[in-house]
Design a protein around this ligand. Sequence first.
Ligand SMILES: Nc1nc2c(c(=O)[nH]1)N[C@H]1C(S)=C(S)[C@@H](COP(=O)(O)OP(=O)(O)OC[C@H]3O[C@@H](n4cnc5c(=O)[nH]c(N)nc54)[C@H](O)[C@@H]3O)O[C@H]1N2
Ligand SMILES: Nc1nc2c(c(=O)[nH]1)N[C@H]1C(S)=C(S)[C@@H](COP(=O)(O)OP(=O)(O)OC[C@H]3O[C@@H](n4cnc5c(=O)[nH]c(N)nc54)[C@H](O)[C@@H]3O)O[C@H]1N2
Ligand code: SF4
Ligand SMILES: [Mo]
Length: 755
Amino acid sequence: MNGSTGETQAREETRVSYMTCPLCEATCGLEVTTRGREVVSVRGDQEDAFSRGYLCPKAAALKALDADPDRLRAPMIRAGEDWREVSWDEAFAEVERLLRPIIAARGPDAVAFYLGNPNVHNLAGQLYNAPMLTALRSGSIYTASTLDQMPKHVSAGLMFGGALTIPIPDVDNTGYFLILGANPLVSNGSLMTAPNMRDRIRALRARGGKVVVIDPRRTRTAQEADEHHAIQPGTDALLLFAMVHTLFAEGLVNPGRLGEHLYGLEALRAAAEPFTPEAVAPRCRIDAATIRRLARELAAAERGVAYCRIGACAQEFGTLTNWLVDVLNALTGNLDRAGGAMFPRAAAGARNTSGEPGRGRGFRTGPGASRVRKASRVLGELPAACLAEEIETPGEGQVRALITIAGNPALSAPNGDRLAAAFATLDAMVCVDAYLNETTRHARVILPPPSPLERSHYDLSFYQLSIRNIAHYSLPVFQRPAGQLDEWEILLRLTGILAGQGASLPVAALDDYVAGQIIARETRQKGSPVEGRDPAELLAALAPRRGPERLLDFLLRAGPYGDHFGARPDGLTLAALEAAPHGLDLGPLQPRIPEVLRTPSGKIELAPEPLLADVERLRASLDRPQPEMVLIGRRELRSNNSWMANLEPLVKGADPCALLIHPDDAARLGLADGGRARVTSAAASLVAPVRVTDEMAPGVVSLPHGWGHGQPGTRLRVASAHAGVSINRLIPDAEIEPLSGDAILNAVPVTVARA
Ligand SMILES: Nc1nc2c(c(=O)[nH]1)N[C@H]1C(S)=C(S)[C@@H](COP(=O)(O)OP(=O)(O)OC[C@H]3O[C@@H](n4cnc5c(=O)[nH]c(N)nc54)[C@H](O)[C@@H]3O)O[C@H]1N2
Ligand SMILES: Nc1nc2c(c(=O)[nH]1)N[C@H]1C(S)=C(S)[C@@H](COP(=O)(O)OP(=O)(O)OC[C@H]3O[C@@H](n4cnc5c(=O)[nH]c(N)nc54)[C@H](O)[C@@H]3O)O[C@H]1N2
Ligand code: SF4
Ligand SMILES: [Mo]
């Protein structure tokens, strides 16, 4: 089960390996050259079927990540302030000793889970978190999704019937690209897996297309665009509604082929009624003539697409915004056609191909709600912004223990000070994490995963969100050192403990159980290529594979391109991917409506009732006084949320964690470039270095998230020297987006003064 001793690797032969970068959604192919156990270089794989040699500075930093002396390599137990390295058996025994009494005395809900972003970049998290959660059946489940894309799940679920039935911009074939609240040239794209967005956008413009960016900041993406409009933060839904209004008012609604599949056109027209361009213009700070022109241009474009991401999503009207983006695409005939917004068909584990085609049970939020503020449960989870109060508030169901898997909520979730204080009061905290950081310092036990170069990889999540259908499996670059568990083994051992089976239940038996369950479920699934097959026969066909490879092989073979276990002998298998180290291109996205739909009506729901019910809240915002100054977030090229700041190559150079402010605001407030400002919100007050730049819209300041290192009890030597401040200290947790439970991370009212 454990890796070999690595003695063969210790001999100094030079090797070249190919792998998919697991650090962001772009899934670039990397060429990693190694000598013995050393990384010599990380380059873009010129032959990669998708990324063709592209990579960003983070991938090059995989070398530093792999070698980072602060990266944890052995389990640790804390006693007071002191951490002690222990064996895996001792660590799991301690986990059991901590958790079992809490579960026994207070029930499963007393143990909360927080699953962070790297879980979706990791086969272990994708395949083994679900069984772990099922083992305990705690209702206290939190993830980074409610700091991120949950509004998209809700809007897509309501419109198309599946929370992962998300239309993706067909960037390579479009002629008009309207981008709201995303900066893909820096973030490398999100809910749009597409390596090298800069060249894709340049190619779009070179073929005569147009790019329009809606962002309170003139970002790098805006600089590459034909047009940039500095919208007032938090008002994207108003702008989009006014564009919808314009389409109706000017007879530009032209869904084309989609017409017969749309339901709710009249209700939509009525809902858009109050949102005339004139009504929204003063709030959005985009004039009515421009709004009309943008609507006409999208309608007139031969192939066009609207797209929004985190700035327009993690905000007060995030679900309405995500809905209206897809509404615009549908009304202009751009949904589900080349150059518009299309539905990928991923090779493995795709939610949007499972079940009977064309119709389904649809999507709804709930059932159930959080204990303290009654926030609706969505996709089985509670809003991350509710976690602090669920820990603090006594009573039945109070959270007394927390298990984090690859998450750093102390820096990534709102009201960070309150959350960290709440962590300190827990009876037990267990973290599966690579670092002793702002969150894991509160743990009693830390269970470290192997280096990303010591595990296999396949992007189960992001091929479901990709601009082309791609499949790429990578073998580990290095063997794991003797004794290091793979992350899926860690998760299975936790599963055994949570299931009440003890800390020493053999991983192999649990893994067989998990595989059996997944296979049996699929054979019962209507419309599955393996519907009605004998699970035992399929399980036998997967031998001798085990662990994530067995599950991945199953998902590929039972997937839309698969060999269907003999039924289609030329079909895809894991073996075929192993023979293709640069990945396989399964072709451009294809139209999928109506087959992709899973709504009860079998139609695209243009005006789902829960969304219509939220429209009045948006309308009321038109009459609200505007705050004088609001805070928004951003990403910098060399960051990865909160966790790669301990790598020297990524933090050298100018301080990335500066407050960006417009020159007029700076002058009015007496702030100088390079000086310091005090930023105060309803949640906290902090001091940040100032960068004066006319990139920013007046009345808007920007801080990146993921900073605020250097806290006592952490072991992040490099990051501590580049600590920065945490924007999430300033973000209140009192309000959430009501439909999705998403945190409101953008357009937060603040005051700014000289420090
Ligand atoms: N204000 C503001 N806040 C934000 C955002 C924003 O735009 N503005 N963005 C939000 C978004 S989109 C997201 S996704 C969240 C992210 O929020 P989180 O997922 O909570 O935070 P990360 O910074 O991604 O932390 C990842 C953790 O996983 C660990 N880790 C890294 N690799 C592995 C691995 O392979 N296995 C394990 N077990 N652990 C690993 C790291 O050490 C780190 O502790 O932040 C959100 N917070
Ligand atoms: N380098 C780097 N890349 C990353 C990450 C990282 O931390 N660093 N994180 C990854 C993750 S987890 C995610 S989810 C993706 C996110 O990917 P993106 O969504 O592209 O993320 P950002 O670069 O933060 O871009 C958000 C933009 O929204 C703008 N904005 C803020 N508020 C508003 C608003 O109210 N309206 C509008 N229209 N715009 C607004 C901001 O100015 C910013 O330019 O990036 C991923 N890639
Ligand atoms: S863009 Fe993303 S996937 Fe590509 S090299 Fe950079 S971090 Fe890795
Ligand atoms: Mo994210």
